[in-house]
Write a protein that binds this ligand. Structure first.
Ligand SMILES: Nc1ncnc2c1ncn2[C@@H]1O[C@H](COP(=O)(O)OP(=O)(O)OP(=O)(O)O)[C@@H](O)[C@H]1O
Length: 316
């Protein structure tokens, strides 16, 4: 048995002329997880994903993928599939022909087995109805789904996707999320970048936040709230006035403003760290005040992202 990590990177650096795209990046990706990569434009996300796909080599540091040290060859390590900057497709071929061309390259299965597998992956990404249409006429969302289907043909153990949700309509997103979740449940590691915090929160158990080529946070989404200082939370309770008085009287809790109505009920917004929030909820319950809803106004991931972007702006 090799390491349980799909990716182990230490001190990765990558330069483009004078531009430092990656500046000492450490990354640990456990197998069978969906890991989100987030960061402002130019943070280094595509560069990092490109290294994982063997599209570029590092200028420094070490990289181990699926238990094997990556050398200085421009080649996708075995078991790795995916794409950056959109999937490479033949525009004049249909979706099915594109996949058939790729499957034939691998030369592993019989023609019948390949055809069955192609039908299966087309179905998984929701492209069966357009299987015989040329890729040239495909929308961005359809191209993304065909790119994912192509990656699935190889049964990857590490799937690397750069903004796979770009251009997806709700039905397309449902297909893609379903496929990625199934893959992770079966042990494939998925690493994807996105500017959509809601997608990342729905899909990923862990995230890495990059800014200016450096890792600002890497770990479970659940620990982000604690990392990022006080957050604003919206509270809906059975007794808004009494809840407001209790909140104002709880150490570490600040009542933000008169939040007014929220979904037709009077709500309260408080700013607090998680332990103070826990204390407030316990006090509300002890006072027989029911907590009907409690959620961050801005998600921890979005708050962390915004804080980081603001820091970057301030440094300019
Ligand atoms: N081929 C290249 N030649 C020169 N500079 C590059 C090249 N690729 C990336 N860079 C630079 O490296 C830095 C990181 O770029 P990268 O594309 O990895 O960021 P990103 O986080 O993917 O950004 P975005 O969210 O805008 O896609 C940027 O400053 C970019 O201009």
């Amino acid at each position: 048995m090799g390491t349980q990590r799909a990716v182990l990177a230490r001190g990765l650096t990558k330069y483009f002329g004078d531009v430092v795209a990656l500046d000492g990046v450490d990354l640990d990706l456990a197998r069978g997880r969906i890991h989100g990569l987030v960061g402002p434009n130019g943070a280094g996300k595509t560069t990092l994903l490109g290294l994982l796909l063997g599209l570029a080599v590092t200028d420094g540091g070490s990289l181990e993928i699926l238990g094997k040290r990556v050398g200085r060859m421009f080649a996708a390590p075995g078991g790795v599939a995916g794409f950056v900057d959109g999937p490479g497709l033949y525009p004049s071929l249909t979706a099915r022909q594109n996949l058939a061309a790729l499957a034939a390259l691998s030369g592993k299965d019989t023609r019948t087995a390949r055809t069955a597998r192609i039908d299966q992956v087309l179905d998984e990404v929701g492209l069966t109805d357009v299987a015989d249409d040329r890729a040239r006429g495909f929308s961005l969302g359809m191209r993304q789904r065909l790119g994912l289907a192509a990656a699935l043909l190889t049964t990857p153990r590490l799937l690397v996707l750069d903004e796979p949700a770009n251009g997806l309509d709700p039905a397309g997103k449902k297909h893609v999320h379903g496929v990625l979740t199934r893959l992770a449940n079966e042990g494939t590691t998925v690493v994807l970048s996105s500017h959509r915090m809601d997608d990342l929160e729905a899909l990923c158990s862990e995230v890495t936040i990059l800014a200016s080529g450096r890792v600002r946070f890497s770990g479970p989404l659940s620990t982000l709230a604690g990392e990022n200082g006080a957050l604003d939370y919206r509270l809906l309770t059975s007794a808004p006035e009494a809840a407001r008085r209790l909140a104002a009287d709880t150490a570490g809790v600040r009542v933000v403003a008169d939040a007014g109505a929220w979904r037709g009920a009077e709500s309260l917004v408080v700013s607090a760290l998680v332990p103070a929030l826990d204390a407030l909820v316990a006090r509300l319950v002890r006072a027989d005040i029911a907590v009907r809803e409690l959620a961050p106004v801005v998600s921890p991931l979005e708050a962390a992202f915004l804080a980081l972007t603001e820091q970057q702006e301030a440094a300019r």
